[in-house]
Ligand binder design. Structure first.
Ligand code: SF4
Ligand code: SF4
Length: 82
């Protein structure tokens, strides 16, 4: 999963771009639910939030490192549950 750092300026550009609705407005900054972020695997070649963020504050989350296979499985779980 990716994570939004405290450099976030709350511009709200990323939230509507997420195909998994993983991004939400947190207490201080926008946040990503790691259970829903597939790093856009299953939907796009590149993480859409990273593409649009004007301050480049959405790196990989070192506490949620996942392989492509794991991300693909997460994608399939989300689709099956929706
Ligand atoms: Fe959503 Fe993709 Fe960003 Fe993850 S990488 S939060 S799935 S837009
Ligand atoms: Fe924050 Fe970047 Fe999302 Fe804007 S696009 S709300 S700065 S994470």
């Amino acid at each position: 999963a990716l994570i939004i750092t405290d450099e976030c300026i709350n511009c709200d550009v990323c939230e509507p771009e997420c195909p998994n609705s993983a991004i939400y407005e947190g207490e201080e900054i926008y946040e990503i639910d790691p259970n829903l972020c597939t790093e856009c695997v299953g939907h796009y070649d590149e993480p859409q939030c990273q593409q649009v963020c004007p301050v480049d504050c959405i790196p990989h989350d070192p506490n949620h490192v996942e392989t492509n296979d794991q991300l693909q499985e997460k994608y399939e779980r989300i689709i099956a549950a929706s």
